[in-house]
Ligand binder design. Structure first.
Ligand code: RP5
Length: 153
């Protein structure tokens, strides 16, 4: 039987980083996630860590997600925080397109199954080699705190 396993690659060296660009990218699957995900932005502001924030869905805008994540490192981002609800593919898809640390925030919504367990499992159950660090349901603030720790490590 053939065994496929993703290997972490050596970090590519970029020469055209934007030194004054944001360090954290906050992305989310829907505008309806914005209010919750802005709480991560507030934590980053308090920590004086620069960030950008944008709605892009793994299902509705797959090309935008791929382009954003593939260029994130060369633009100077250090961490991506990705929030999504329901079949929450965004954090995993982000991790598939970048070697940066990705922190997934499972979100609840009015359509959630089992109170948001659908999103929790979607974020947590990544295959070996494509890691996503998951925080608790709707806990975007912890994602920001973790991002700050990663940047300061
Ligand atoms: C997910 O579906 C989004 O992340 C959001 O949490 C949920 C509902 O999205 P909307 O139907 O409100 O756009 O993709």
């Amino acid at each position: 039987m053939t065994h496929f396993e993703t290997q972490t690659q050596p970090a590519p060296q970029f020469t055209d980083t934007e030194p004054d660009g944001p360090l954290v990218g906050i992305i989310m699957g829907s505008q309806s996630d914005m209010e919750l995900m802005q709480k991560a932005g507030k934590v980053l502001e308090e920590a004086e860590v620069s960030y950008e924030i944008e709605v892009m869905s793994a299902h509705r805008h797959p090309d935008r997600v791929a382009e954003y994540c593939r260029t994130a490192q060369e633009r100077g981002l250090k961490v991506i925080i990705a929030g999504a609800g329901l079949s929450a593919a965004l954090p995993g898809v982000a991790a598939a397109h970048t070697d940066l640390p990705v922190i997934g925030v499972p979100l609840s919504s009015s359509l959630s199954a089992a109170g948001g367990l659908d999103a929790i499992l979607s974020v947590v159950q990544m295959p070996p080699g494509v890691p996503v660090a998951a925080v608790g349901l709707d806990n975007s603030r912890n994602a920001a705190h973790l991002a700050v720790r990663i940047i300061n490590a």
